[in-house]
Design a protein around this ligand. Structure first.
Ligand code: NAD
Length: 509
């Protein structure tokens, strides 16, 4: 497994960490077979440029000519990032080392002619959602420009830039030296004075420290969900949220249902008591599967894990965090905050070798007021899909379905008293409009804590299911030492064999 109980190290009270894997290895079944043999060494410049080979910008100019080769190794630098953040509350980007950056003031639209200063966007993570999110932003917003792109895989860069430029004439201006690859590429976006907003669409495991560094660098942020996958990442998010409120950076997150009209209207009526008091609810995110990416011969263990990130818990948080966080966020919204405890179960039957994910996870969440929410997520081929939330109230029932499937309220006799269709496409765009408007209005939205709470609620459920124990919110957020991010992560290095959690044997830490 690599569940809650392995592949991580303990965070001490002072924020330092001690390797402690053996404790968690006890009783955890090891998944010995990897899809391919692991190579011993592997720079493969055409796929991932080595972190070591990357010029790291020291000045604020990101042009390659002015950059210096970095001397430190990938493992040193990547590990230092999270460690130093946890220890000091401050991240370790070049900008931060140089001192706290200020936020560039952006002029609002001129009242006479409506013209506004362009807001420049840098994208980190040029995959499926990165392409979608930048498309949403450029579609809905006027006077915005994509000016820089970073991805660990250099092959992603040109395609995204050129495809986006075709769709959005005049809104893409990314010179060759503004396209960065390698594990350190995000930092070059943070140090780029031609970037006002950074859009993060990497695998979630990187999110907390990247967002924190962006805030410290004075950049506004759009962060895809989930924003963290473990308690250590949650604490980084809380600290980044606080910092953003202080320095005036915006943080909008990719929990688009918060901006979807039928969700907003249904939840407003629930909160107004239209069908009485909320008693209990069910949340379902069940589908027939998810992608699995086969290893390419030249990849290191780390490169392969980042490439096939969904199947590694330190990167995805398992399906409960990576996908079902949408339902969990909706439920926290309905219930007015995070749950008090979680008790759960689950298992795996169909995952390919090399995957650390479970096939299904079920959790009973108890919210304040003894309100029970029964949660289930599943990814098993041939099973019936269901992506919906059902809220049981004293005077009726509310159903809110994912995507465009709509929402409805029925009374106690089952008679429909309200319904509304969904438009998820509009919600995806609205989040980007709200972000840019809030920056222009000088009232930056900072919503990281809310989404971090929901991401942590997902992690709480996973901790309960993986260990077979009831886990309280208080324990998970105040006492847990769980930190899934690999100690001394080296993009070119080896990683422990993938493993998966076994309830009763996987320890709660
Ligand atoms: N809001 C939504 O509905 C929604 C939908 C899909 C995905 N997402 C989220 O978006 C994120 C990305 O998902 P995706 O489907 O685009 O995945 P993807 O695998 O298609 O893309 C991820 C990209 O990030 C790059 N990458 C990996 N590590 C990196 C690093 N450290 N620095 C820079 N680049 C890195 C990869 O090379 C890849 O191009 C995930 O958090 C996912 O949960 C949200």
């Amino acid at each position: 497994m690599c569940g809650d109980g392995i592949h991580y190290h303990v965070v001490q009270g002072d924020g330092s960490r001690t390797p402690n894997q053996q404790q968690y290895l006890d009783g955890v079944r090891t998944h010995r077979t990897r899809p391919n043999e692991r190579p011993t060494a592997l720079p493969f410049p055409h796929f991932y440029r080595s972190f070591r080979d990357l010029p790291m910008s020291k000045s604020s100019d990101c042009s390659p000519q002015d950059s210096q080769p970095i001397n430190n190794t990938a493992s040193n630098t990547a590990a230092a990032t999270r460690r130093s953040f946890l220890k000091t509350g401050t991240a370790a980007s070049a900008t931060v080392i140089a001192g706290m950056a200020t936020v560039r003031p952006i002029r609002a639209a001129e009242p006479e002619n409506g013209s506004a200063e362009p807001i420049r966007i840098g994208l980190v993570g040029a995959g499926g959602r990165g392409g979608g999110a930048i498309n949403d932003s450029l579609t809905i917003n006027q006077n915005v420009k994509l000016t820089a792109i970073a991805d660990v895989d250099e092959r992603k860069l040109a395609g995204l830039r050129d495809g986006t430029a075709k769709r959005h004439e005049g809104k893409v201006d990314v010179a060759e030296h503004k396209m960065h690859s390698g594990i350190d590429a995000y930092r070059r976006i943070l140090d780029d004075p031609d970037v006002d907003v950074v859009l993060f669409a990497t695998p979630p495991g990187f999110r907390p420290q990247y967002v924190a560094e962006a805030v410290d660098a004075g950049k506004h942020v759009f962060a895809e969900k989930p924003t963290c996958v473990d308690p250590a990442g949650y604490k980084i998010c809380l600290s980044a949220h606080e910092q953003a409120e202080k320095n005036g950076t915006a943080i909008v997150t990719g929990t688009q249902y918060r901006r979807q009209t039928n969700y907003i209207e249904a939840i407003k009526q629930l909160h107004e008591g239209v069908i009485g008091d909320i008693i209990a609810a069910t949340m379902r995110y069940c589908s027939s599967g998810i992608w699995f990416r086969n290893r390419q011969p030249e990849m290191s263990d780390s490169q392969y894990e980042v490439f096939n990130w969904m199947h590694h818990i330190w990167l995805s948080g398992d399906q409960i965090a990576e996908q079902a966080v949408h339902n969990i966020d909706t439920m926290n919204w309905i219930m007015g905050g995070a749950p008090e405890s979680a008790y759960g179960s689950g298992g795996r039957f169909t995952r390919p070798e090399g995957s650390e994910m479970w096939d299904n996870i079920e959790v009973d969440y108890v919210y304040p007021g003894n309100r029970l929410v029964s949660f289930m997520c599943r990814q098993i081929p041939g099973t019936q899909g269901d992506n919906s939330n059902t809220i049981y109230c004293t005077e009726g029932r509310c159903t809110i379905k994912g995507g465009n499937s709509g929402a409805s309220l029925v009374d106690r006799d089952g008679k429909e008293i309200w319904s509304m269709k969904g438009d998820i496409g509009a919600a995806y765009k609205q989040e980007h409009k709200d972000l840019i408007d809030s920056i222009r209005n000088g009232k930056p939205i900072v919503e990281l804590k809310k989404t971090a709470d929901s991401s942590m609620t997902a992690a709480l459920g996973r901790m309960a299911a993986y260990t077979g124990k009831k886990v309280t919110w208080d324990f998970a957020t105040n006492e847990s030492k769980l930190d899934l991010f690999p100690k001394d992560f080296d993009i070119n290095g080896s990683r422990p064999e993938p493993e998966f959690a076994i309830p009763g044997k996987t320890k709660l830490i």
